[in-house]
Design a protein. Structure first.
Length: 301
């Protein structure tokens, strides 16, 4: 009875603390690093006290916390089958690489995003009279890294009629931003949120090209914006700029209209043979008398 109590205590320690006991253990790295948009492998191997095991086996991966965290992957291997059929793969981005029958639960995570920066926990369940379960307690911390990328750069005006340039970049670690270009005021402000940083350059007064540079330990990126502030000269010059082009257009239009009118006056009139003769207007009696006068004197009427 005492030995049974020790075994149960050992199993309790296994399920809650992930401590090696009675042939059980889980081996995972503390940290894994992957690049944004690419894939990464999360290794996990385990041992169990059985020399052979030919019953059902279940492999599970969770995120956030052990035992109660969200299940993102699950597969089941029936009897002694080498195949572990996938039952759960969140967003279809998790693939089993290892062979649970060979004590390997490693998975691949595809198309890494910022939200994949989580802590991952692997778990194995062996079916039997008393179902054996073992889960890593500390898990693996996945770090998603990325070289800097400029995602937005603009120039805008404010209510007080001043202009400012704004640059937003992302990366991991969060990049450091700097502005270069024409002489400008030192008025600037920087804000950040996670892997995204924004730097604003206020009170722009000089025309030219302003360049934003983002740098972190994995690389650098640049983006540029051009600023040209409209400056109206004196009123007379402004009127000349407006009306000289307009006067040129009016003169061209008058020349075209004169040429069109001259062309119409010089064209020949239609030949007389094409004109339709006008029929005389008369009553029936007058027409009959006129026709009778035109007949020869010897013709019968």
């Amino acid at each position: 009875m005492r030995e049974l109590g020790l075994v149960l205590l050992c199993l309790l320690r296994i399920s809650r603390k992930g401590v090696q006991c009675n042939g059980w253990s889980v081996h995972v790295p503390s940290d894994v690093t992957g690049e944004l948009g690419k894939m990464v492998i999360l290794p996990c191997t385990f041992t169990h006290p059985y020399k052979t095991f030919d019953r059902a086996l279940t492999a599970i991966w969770r995120i956030k916390e052990p035992y109660n965290g969200t299940v993102i992957f699950k597969c089941v291997s029936q009897s002694s089958s080498e195949l572990c059929r996938t039952a759960i793969s969140h967003k279809n981005k998790y693939k089993l690489l290892g062979n649970p029958r060979h004590k390997d639960l490693s998975i691949r995570v595809d198309n890494l995003t910022w939200s994949d920066s989580e802590r991952y926990f692997c778990r194995v369940e062996l079916a039997g009279d008393i179902q054996d379960k073992y889960e890593s307690r500390n898990g693996i911390k996945l770090h998603v890294i990325a070289a800097p990328r400029i995602i937005n750069i603009t120039v805008s005006s404010s209510r007080d009629h001043t202009f400012q340039a704004r640059c937003t970049a992302e990366g991991e670690p969060a990049p450091a931003l700097s502005w270069t270009g024409p002489p400008y005021s030192n008025l600037s402000s920087t804000s950040s949120s996670g892997h995204r940083v924004t730097k604003e350059l206020r009170s722009l007064s000089h025309d030219g090209k302003y360049t934003c540079t983002a740098v972190n330990s994995h690389g650098r990126a640049e983006g540029a914006v051009y600023f040209y502030k409209f400056r109206a000269s004196d009123s007379s010059s402004f009127m000349v700029l407006i009306f000289v082009p307009l006067g040129i257009k009016v003169v061209i239009l008058l020349v075209i209209l004169s040429f069109t009118a001259f062309s119409r006056e010089g064209s020949p009139s239609a030949p007389p043979s094409l004109a339709r003769p006008q029929q005389p207007e008369c009553t029936y009696e007058n027409c009959d008398r006129r026709h009778s006068q035109s007949r020869p004197s010897g013709a019968a009427r």
